[in-house]
Design a binder for this molecule. Structure first.
Ligand SMILES: Nc1ncnc2c1ncn2[C@@H]1O[C@H](COP(=O)(O)OP(=O)(O)OP(=O)(O)O)[C@@H](O)[C@H]1O
Length: 259
């Protein structure tokens, strides 16, 4: 159940447009509670990334507000952690310098930033990788480094744009499990965009389904908010994906998407 207290991140009645004229997303309200993983699915071009931009403060909504732990952060970037589709690690920096970059950019001396990042390497499955170059890591390890850098960027709210899409199928399954465990332990509230319905249902506590075709003048809105019936057993995402409950929920999402 959503917690009754203040949401980690809340969007109230967002109406979004790129040019101030054409509405891409209309009246979208959503919330993330501390420590929960929420996914957002919808057809290509329906406005998922547009919503993440507004939630991250990179763009100003035409209408509506964004609240971070109850504080109005509408149009104020740098308050939540936002990870783009590509890992974008800088090839000329070691992993420790890549992940501590957000702290250095904010003015922290390099040595102090490295010290702050160091204890998290183990938790992010990167122990021993501090001095390696991005090219020496596998795709999954690079993605872990990107998660750690994103985590150091802000606070306990992560916005992820298709975080696992560049990984091979098996690595993706492992990474979903790892991410969900790690996010639960660190109480990171996550909103992840994915095109993969299996991924959404296997990872999320809740799923927002978007509908609409803004390019055809039909602004997107949140069609449904589904609670994923994960049960009390604390199954990993891979284990949950083998249950009847998973299949029933997947059918429901696919039907809402018109498939
Ligand atoms: N920088 C931009 N300037 C103008 N229009 C944009 C910009 N970015 C996106 N759009 C338009 O806004 C609409 C929503 O795009 P958005 O990228 O948010 O969709 P999406 O659901 O994330 O798509 P996908 O799943 O393909 O990544 C599209 O019609 C797109 O062409």
């Amino acid at each position: 159940m959503p917690e009754s207290g203040v949401a980690a991140l809340e969007a109230r009645h967002l109406t979004l447009s790129w040019d101030g004229e054409h509405v891409v997303v209309s009246d979208a309200s959503l919330r993330l509670d501390p420590g929960e993983v929420v996914c957002m699915v919808g057809k290509s071009g329906c406005g998922k990334t547009t919503i993440l931009h507004a939630l991250s403060g990179l763009t100003m909504p035409r209408e509506g507000r964004v609240l971070l732990h109850g504080e109005d952060v509408t149009g104020r970037p740098g308050r939540v952690s936002y990870m783009l589709q590509k890992d974008l690690l800088l090839p000329s920096k070691t992993i420790v310098d890549n992940v501590s970059l957000p702290l250095v950019v904010r003015g922290m001396p390099k040595a102090e930033a490295r010290e702050k990042a160091a204890p998290l390497f183990e938790r992010f499955g990167l122990a021993g990788c501090e001095r390696l170059w991005p090219s020496q890591l596998s795709g999954g390890m690079r993605q872990r480094a990107a998660f750690l850098r994103t985590y150091l960027m802000g606070n306990d709210v992560m916005l992820l744009d298709e975080p696992f899409s560049a990984l091979d199928a098996l690595t993706r399954v492992d990474m979903r499990d790892w991410y969900c465990r790690m996010a639960k332990e660190l109480r990171i509230a996550t909103l992840a965009i994915t095109h993969d319905v299996d991924e959404a249902v296997s990872m999320a506590n809740r799923i927002y389904v978007l509908e609409g075709t803004p390019s055809a003048g039909d602004p997107s809105r949140i069609r449904a908010e589904l609670r994923v019936p994960r049960g009390e057993k604390d199954l990993s995402s891979a284990e949950f994906a083998l249950t009847e409950e998973f299949l029933a929920c997947k059918r429901q999402v696919l039907s809402l998407l018109g498939r």
